[in-house]
Design a protein around this ligand. Structure first.
Ligand code: KG4
Ligand code: ZN
Length: 342
């Protein structure tokens, strides 16, 4: 019998403030995963400055790709495809990765596969959990997105719920800024909350009428800001760790409740987490406990695969590639690209 040939993918990700490249074998084995983070550059501004992000991507991208090939001990000519994030994200940032991937594809003849950033986040689970196969429910929680997705098959998604206002990560970042923790706030709240009492302050858990899987985080964010203002006006000292822990619990309660409900309603025995907020320790623990109680298998990527990286793009590109998806040299950055759209 003829031995099955390994498929090698060079993946590129530049949708926000991480310039990343990776080499992934057969969709699930990471040979290299290089991430050049710009966080330090944006911290002084309290958030990502798109213009700075694009410029830095241009400066770093060639170096990052070479590093990914070197660490994987492979040559560019061995690649079966180039996978690249083409949306959603910051248009100028996306364009750098897309233009680079197209140039490599044009110069070498290696096929190009455009990847949806959220599909990448979901696919990070395939790397971490080799046995995971669709169908499953995935809660995607990042700085820009909060989606409840039914993954019907590879590349086949149904979004059953999303946020009506702030994304979960955005709420973490804004609350962190309000309590003076700085950017990016998620990991800082996660750390501080460990020293606080999650039941010290009751913050609201919003429900969206007639949309059981939708989310709204602007209310809890405002409640924290009001609480902090109230304390300052009354001259009361704020116990930041209690605020962080109570806010985090309010957000996690809603995320867990919605995700478990969706898994039950859709008859799914598997639930996965994805996106930057998926590395939140309280969320992982709460989701793990709830899944155990409901006899649902729980999957989550390690923190390095939760936040933006190119390995997850390589995993997603692989499943698109083997299904015959190819992008032309007219591939463009699509900042508002919807999941499941081409
Ligand atoms: O997926 P990601 O790297 O970028 C987007 O696609 O948006 O997610 C970044 C977001 C930020 O809002 C960051 O504060 C949040 O993920 N985040 C966390 C944690 N680590 C990162 N939020 C809560 N707890 C964490 N440990
Ligand atoms: Zn992301």
């Amino acid at each position: 019998m003829e031995e099955k040939k390994d498929i090698l993918i060079l993946a590129i990700e530049s949708s926000c403030d991480e310039t990343a490249a990776a080499v992934v074998k057969n969709g699930r084995e990471v040979l290299s995963n290089v991430i050049s983070s710009q966080i330090a550059l944006h911290t002084v501004y309290g958030g990502v400055v798109p213009e700075i992000a694009s410029r830095k991507h241009i400066e770093k991208i060639n170096e990052v790709i070479q590093e990914a090939l070197d660490q994987a001990h492979v040559q560019l000519s061995q690649m079966d495809a180039i996978g690249v994030t083409y949306g959603p994200g910051l248009v100028g940032a996306l364009l750098v990765g897309v233009a680079e991937a197209k140039a490599i594809s044009y110069a070498t003849g290696i096929p190009l596969v455009g990847v949806h950033h959220i599909e990448g986040h979901i696919s990070a689970n395939y790397i971490e959990c080799r046995e995971l196969e669709p169908p499953f429910v995935c809660l995607v929680v990042s700085g820009g997105h909060t989606h409840l997705v039914v993954v019907k098959d590879y590349g086949k998604y149904e979004i059953i719920g999303k946020t009506r206002d702030d994304a979960a990560g955005e709420a973490f970042d804004k609350v962190a800024r309000a309590i003076g923790l700085g950017y990016p706030g998620g990991p800082k709240i996660d750390r501080l909350a460990k020293e606080g009492n999650p039941d010290a302050i009751h913050f609201p858990r919003a429900k969206v009428e007639d949309a059981p899987y939708d989310f709204s985080f602007s209310g809890v964010k405002s409640a924290v800001l009001n609480y902090l203002n109230g304390c300052h006006m009354k001259g009361e000292t704020v116990v930041e760790a209690d605020v962080a822990a109570s806010f985090q619990k309010a957000v996690c309660d809603v995320l867990v409740e919605h995700a478990i409900q969706a898994a039950k309603d859709y008859g799914m025995s598997k639930l996965a987490l994805a996106g930057g907020v998926a590395s939140n320790s309280a969320l992982r623990q709460a989701m793990k406990d709830a899944c155990e109680k409901e006899h649902i298998s729980f999957y989550y990527p390690s923190p390095i695969l939760c936040t933006d990286n190119a390995a997850m793009i390589g995993a997603a590109a692989y499943y698109e590639y083997i299904q015959g998806v190819r992008s032309g040299l007219d591939l463009n950055a699509v900042p508002g690209l919807r999941l499941g759209e081409r």
